[in-house]
Design a protein around this ligand. Structure first.
Ligand SMILES: [Zn+2]
Ligand SMILES: [Zn+2]
Length: 299
């Protein structure tokens, strides 16, 4: 598993690479626009080329975007729905231009409408976004499952993927904090294995394309999304040790969005801790022996 962070793109955008390198990132998540405004930023082509060049040298892979937080792909308000779809397309085009893997997005909330109504809106928006773009993936993010949020259960994510005919450019992003807050006990290797087993059966681990690694300030099943520094929250180090060493997750890029994510020093601390957990001691991989690793190799 490679570890990275959500890093600021404060002008000029290519400085994100320097910030990522400074804290020891191996992969990178950025916003391509403004996270809390609909405003689209227009970048100088030179700056974008510079970003690509610097990223190649720094070997940060994968690169992903996170879409604006305002997005609601299930919105019944047509203006919000149109803006949300546009913002998703903007993020996909931006990350395409930067030669990244894709854009991680929240699906939004269903409001007063039925699940079927929300599902129709979400999948229509995803279809439009895929048609408007060429290469980047849309990674739909699992959430804490608080009232009305779309994608807070594995079943809902599976339905979205099925409705999209498992399009190769649609994948899933799991967040450790969201898993825990939505009720999945990932504090132990046993709990991590059980959770991933259910995810594999309902959604399919082959569709999992990115991870967010955040500890949780709030209790198991609280349905409240409050990120904490790795090991300092309710999940704790053992859970992260199991996650980062799990054989089925090893191919993934994992991004921290821990509380101090705008200051460099604590980010480095979180990444250093994850790196120590990754290399120190046997994870579930070696406990489980050869059979499972053979399966992994054959994938
Ligand atoms: Zn997110
Ligand atoms: Zn969160």
């Amino acid at each position: 598993m490679k570890f990275g962070a959500h890093v600021s793109i404060r002008h000029p955008i290519h400085m994100a690479i320097d910030r990522a390198v400074a804290i020891g990132c191996e992969c990178l998540q950025i916003f391509v626009g403004s996270p809390r405004q609909w405003r689209e930023i227009v970048y100088a082509e030179d700056d974008l080329d510079r970003f690509i060049e610097k990223r190649r040298k720094a070997k940060l892979d994968p690169l992903v975007a996170h879409t604006a937080y305002l997005i609601n792909l299930g919105a019944q308000d047509m203006e919000l729905y149109r803006k949300s779809t546009g913002a998703l397309i903007y993020a996909l085009r931006g990350i395409d231009r930067l030669e990244g893997l894709g854009a991680i997005t929240h699906l939004g909330s269903r409001g007063g409408q039925s699940w079927e109504g929300a599902l129709n809106r979400v999948t229509a928006a995803l279809t439009v976004a895929l048609e408007a773009t060429e290469r980047a993936m849309i990674l739909v993010e699992h959430n804490v499952g608080a009232g009305g949020l779309i994608g807070g259960t594995f079943e809902e994510l599976a339905e979205v993927l099925e409705r999209m005919d498992h399009h190769p450019r649609i994948g899933v992003c799991l967040d450790s904090c969201h898993l825990f807050a939505s009720g999945w006990d990932i504090r132990t290797a046993k709990g991590v294995n059980a959770t991933l087993g259910v995810f594999d059966r309902i959604v399919g681990l082959r569709h999992l394309r990115a991870l967010h690694l955040n500890d949780s300030k709030t209790a198991l099943g609280s349905k409240v999304d409050r990120h904490e520094n790795i090991g300092e929250g309710q999940i704790g180090r053992e859970g992260f040790r199991a996650l980062v060493n799990h054989p089925r997750l090893r191919r993934l890029g994992a991004f921290i969005e821990t509380p101090h994510f705008s200051a460099d020093v604590p980010d480095k601390k979180n990444l250093d801790l994850l790196k120590r957990l990754r290399t120190k001691g046997p994870g579930p991989a070696s406990i489980r022996g050869g059979k499972r690793s053979k399966q992994v190799r054959s994938r």
